[in-house]
Ligand binder design. Sequence first.
Ligand code: SF4
Length: 290
Amino acid sequence: MELISTEFRCNNRCVFCAQDGLPAEKFSKDEQDLIAKAKAACQKDSTIAFVGGEPTLHEGLIPAVSAAKAFGAAYVLIQTNGRRLAYSSFTQNLKNAGADALDISLQGSTGDMHDYHTQTPGSWAQTILGIKHARKAGFRVGISTVITRSNFRHLSEIAHLVHRLGAEAFHLSLAMPYGRAGKSWARVIPLAEMARPHLTEALNLSKSLGLKTELGHAFSETTSPLFAGIGPYQRGELETASHSKKSGDASYARPKPGLRERRGPPKTGTKLKELFPEIFTGADIPGGKP
Ligand code: SF4
């Protein structure tokens, strides 16, 4: 598979975005330049993946997809936040140009949860509509979710939504301490040991729903080399970062008012008991009762 980077610009501002701070001017916005890149990447029967930033913001994307197909690409995939797909004519034009599959990012099972992650009010509604348009246009659709402190307890709900939306694959990866997540990792990156039970439940559910399920980063030795996040990851790095709180650490900074996470009702004692039975049995206290 050949990756074609379109640009670092994006119309979302995800709290975990590894590309925050990368130079937007690195990429040409010129349509002909993107077409030339697509042609250069093509070989007969090759698979081409357009990645960003947000590839759908590049006005040369549709002609570049056409060019890739004309120059022998057998399969064209686009990684996207799905917002521009809310415009059905754009989605249909992308399909008519020959694109086959879309890897769409979805960060929550509700609008509040997703929009908190993207820091972009209204983005969930556009992405959900975009997924519907993509399915209607005949695209193969996979959904990618980045696991954060704010969605790890809801991964099974997201898996149900992915299934209901008619996607065929569900891809999960852990937020990494790079870019925007690197600046505020303490409120973005969950402790692996807390996330793991929810992740296991979501993976089992996802498979039972018939979704092709893929796991990237930290939890797996078989991390997908594609669409699993950007930047190298060394095992152990996350655990070190997560346990070294320093006072005044900028990573604990709160998001701006209006962009803060909206929390649901507090967990009941019964729910807490299900999640952390050892707290109630005393099994986590050597020789003791709670
Ligand atoms: S993670 Fe993806 S969708 Fe979110 S801001 Fe970065 S490039 Fe955009």
